[in-house]
Design a protein around this ligand. Structure first.
Ligand SMILES: *Cc1c(COP(=O)(O)O)cnc(C)c1O
Length: 341
């Protein structure tokens, strides 16, 4: 067995997806002649209730473009302390946009309108950086796949409107949030100024993200994407993978969530586990008893063909995904049950 539960980014395209990619109609997207990319951008914008979309090679580049769109050097954005844009984008916030971050102590990666309201610098007080943007994540990555209550987004947007701030959603795992909460996707366009989505995580595409916004903003994003080196040519092959994922791989995410819950339920009764964090989607975070060495645990599992990852401080992470099938799941449950530590 070779079972990789390190991330949902490890999935490989299926033969059906590859077939669909091969058949894509392509053109030079820098000249806006790639019909498949245009189809994807329009379809996803329409689905989430936005006017326009723009294809990106990574979620990071889509987020970084959004931050650049909404800020000027010297300004400040507000995000949760665990935010991907702050922790996992290589310091791009300061490198690309010259912006600092005001980090909030949220709950499992989620922040509230009240917290945001309290973190905005007085724009008259010129000693402090001007607050110009709020970034949130749904689902949260480091927060363990937690999902926001959509009403909180509405409240944060109200705070943004009252204080002249922009509101960006890092929706790398928005698909997981949609199936877990049954939120109406088209409401997202009413609440966010920009939103990024990924197809290379639970959706199973090899590459691809889309940034969504109004037409004027997406036109500005086109220039920033060019500056960052993200203007690409016959991207229809990649866009086709995203279209295929959109049409086939959303509803099945329920299975990933179910399997993550089943793993959590088992871990809760194992003697070497101390804490299992709540599982809402496909990410499961748990801690081992202080007597257990997490590296040794990971090594033992690896010898049995199962890879999981460490978050440090005795915390471990399991992420379920498209390539984690039922027979693998049965094997992992059995292996965990029998494991002696
Ligand atoms: C994966 C991820 C991204 C994008 O990462 P890339 O590696 O650039 O695709 C952005 N935000 C969150 C929360 C993520 O989990």
């Amino acid at each position: 067995m070779d079972i990789n539960l390190v991330s949902d980014t490890v999935t490989k395209p299926t033969p059906e997806m590859l077939q669909f990619m091969f058949k894509a109609q392509v053109g030079d997207d820098v000249y806006k002649q790639d019909l498949t990319a245009i189809e994807l951008e329009n379809k996803i914008a329409n689905f989430f209730g936005f006017e326009a979309g723009l294809f990106f090679p990574s979620g990071t580049m889509a987020n970084q473009t959004a931050i650049k769109l909404h800020t000027q050097p010297g300004e400040q954005l507000i995000a949760d302390k665990w935010a991907h844009v702050y922790n996992y984008e290589g310091g791009g916030v300061s490198f690309n946009s010259g912006v600092s971050c005001c980090l909030l102590d949220g709950n499992r990666g989620m922040i509230t309108a009240e917290q945001v309201s309290g973190a905005i610098n007085n724009p008259e007080f010129y000693h402090s950086p001007l607050t110009s943007l709020v970034c949130v994540e749904n689902t949260t990555n480091k927060g363990g796949g937690a999902c926001y209550d959509f009403n909180e987004f509405k409240k944060i947007r109200q705070v943004c409107d009252n204080n002249n701030l922009k509101f960006h959603l890092d929706g790398a795992r928005i698909w997981n949030a949609l199936v877990a909460t049954n939120d109406n996707a088209s409401n997202y366009g009413k609440v966010f100024h920009t939103m990024s989505v990924c197809f290379s995580k639970g959706m199973g595409a090899p590459v691809g993200s889309v940034l969504l916004s109004d037409k004027v903003t997406i036109n500005r994003a086109l220039r920033i994407r060019k500056i960052l080196g993200g203007g690409m040519r016959q991207i229809g092959y990649l866009a086709a993978a995203c279209l295929f994922a959109f049409d086939h791989n959303i509803e099945r995410l329920i299975q990933d969530h179910q399997r993550a819950k089943e793993l959590a339920d088992l871990l809760k009764i194992l003697p070497w586990v101390s804490v299992v964090e709540p599982v809402e989607t496909n990410i499961l975070i748990f801690s081992v008893q202080s007597s257990v060495d997490e590296n040794q645990l990971m090594e033992k599992l690896k010898q049995k063909g199962i890879q999981i990852s460490s978050m440090g401080h005795g915390k471990l992470r399991i992420v379920t995904h498209l390539d984690y099938k039922q027979e693998m799941h049965n094997y992992v449950l059995e292996t965990l049950k029998k494991l002696k530590l």
